[in-house]
Design a protein around this ligand. Structure first.
Ligand code: ATP
Ligand code: MG
Length: 415
């Protein structure tokens, strides 16, 4: 990627209409474009980050044997009426519209109902189960507050997974494997040390649902964390009986701000009964399918990562989600060597950004910080005189001169 060709530009001025750090930085660095409050477009660099996060999630989902699909945004009213989730009094984030013939439709804010109705056509017998399906989909929610940047969008990308099992036992086993997979996802995007499994209020069936909460002052939630047990409890369910049940002590808990990056639910047979989703078991008896629902806020995660790691210079991406691994700043006298290095890194499959614009060295170095690529390589007549390339990790202050062989070796090892 050549910055001379990239149409987006970094901006010095902080977007005046934006209070959230994540959105301010992402707009300034050219990762996202604000269409209106709570509605952001993903620009080339931002899209790359989102795709990185998606592939980390996709790998875990596929390893669990889940199958990817893509449902529609337009939704039928009558489906949601069956589960009593159409009325604005029940669900206060609906965007609704009408077809030309005046028939009402809704814009998908979640997909349990339509996906289960679709699955009903396929899940007839115990032989068709279990079935686990997921998607990356743009959800639309008419959120009241949109002050958290991309952490609370009115339009945002979610990964949602739905599980269909023959029994509680089969469901529980899968549910627990999703917990493990989610914890790996958060570790792999760089948030492992900050993200905690959290007991929350239950929803339709079980006593609890589980949230995955990442510690950040920018979060909208308050949780009570037991750091040694690495488990938290949501404010809504903080009661003595609940603490006892989950094995936590009030005196061990620390009150902290966090952002909900994931949420998983058991619906038991409640939704299946409402939606008439039954299968015939080995004896030919009709039984309701056991349903679970599992979400990760993909674009919220991107915002949380920015909030957690950014410094005064700008964004700091963990390697696994960075839009590139290396940022070459071609300074005076280093233009030719920069080009050679760029080609060579690309041939070695190292994703690289080269700043080949005709701007001042200071601007190039500031932009390198702002964009947040894990490793900066300065190539100038001075660095070449000193023996090669001046490297600096985005998270560190020190620079170091290395030759090309050493650089390639380092990048090979770090991938
Ligand atoms: P919240 O309590 O933050 O409003 P929710 O409980 O309504 O979220 P879910 O329906 O559980 O959200 O959605 C699954 C995941 O999608 C959430 O855990 C969160 O990470 C993400 N998410 C929910 N709402 C938004 C939003 N408005 N913008 C971005 N991500 C969101
Ligand atoms: Mg939730």
């Amino acid at each position: 990627m050549r910055l001379s060709k990239l149409f987006t530009k970094t901006r010095k001025e902080i977007p005046a209409d934006e209070v959230a750090k994540n959105a301010r930085l992402l707009i300034q660095a050219g990762y996202i474009y604000k269409e209106m409050a709570g509605v952001y477009a993903l620009l080339p660099l931002g899209l790359r980050v989102v795709e990185k996060i998606k592939s980390i999630i996709r790998e875990e989902m596929n390893n669990l044997g889940c199958q990817e699909l893509l449902m529609t945004s337009l939704q039928r009213k009558e489906l949601w009426e069956r589960t009593d989730r159409w009325d604005d009094k029940e669900v206060d984030v609906w965007f609704k519209s009408k077809l030309k013939n005046n028939k009402e439709v809704g814009f998908g804010w979640s997909h349990e109902e339509p996906i289960s109705e679709m699955m009903r056509g396929y899940l007839k017998s115990y032989k068709d189960l279990p079935a686990n399906v997921y998607q990356f989909q743009t959800k639309l929610r008419n959120e009241t507050r949109a002050k958290s940047g991309i952490m609370r969008g009115r339009e945002f990308v979610m990964k949602d997974l739905y599980s269909y099992s023959v029994s509680e036992a089969e469901h529980d086993k899968f549910y627990n494997s999703v917990i493990d997979a989610y914890l790996r996802v958060f570790k792999n995007v760089g948030l492992g040390k900050k993200t905690f499994l959290t007991f929350a209020s239950g929803g339709a069936f079980t006593e609890f649902s589980h949230e995955f909460q990442t510690l950040t002052e920018a979060g909208e939630d308050t949780i009570y964390l037991d750091r040694s047990k690495k488990i938290a409890i949501n404010e809504e369910v903080l009661r003595d009986d609940v603490l006892k049940k989950v094995g936590l002590k009030r005196s061990d808990l620390e009150k902290v701000r966090a952002s909900e990056v994931g949420n998983i639910f058991s619906f038991g047979s409640v939704k299946s009964e409402q939606l008439n989703l039954y299968f015939s078991d080995k004896k030919g008896q009709k039984k309701p399918v056991i349903l679970g629902s599992y979400g990760i806020g993909v674009t919220r995660l991107m915002g949380v990562i920015v909030e957690c790691f950014a410094d005064d210079g700008g964004i700091v991406w963990p390697k696994s989600v960075a839009p590139a691994q290396v940022h070459i700043a071609a300074l005076h006298g280093g233009e030719k060597e920069s080009e050679n290095l760029y080609v060579e890194l690309q041939n070695n499959n190292v994703e690289t950004i080269i700043d080949d614009r005709e701007i001042s060295p200071g601007e190039k170095l500031n932009d390198a910080d702002m964009l947040g690529i894990p490793m900066r390589v300065v190539v100038s007549s001075k660095s070449l005189e000193n023996g090669g390339f001046e490297i600096k990790k985005r998270t560190e202050k020190e620079t170091k001169i290395v030759n090309k062989k050493e650089l390639l070796q380092m990048l090979g090892n770090s991938n």
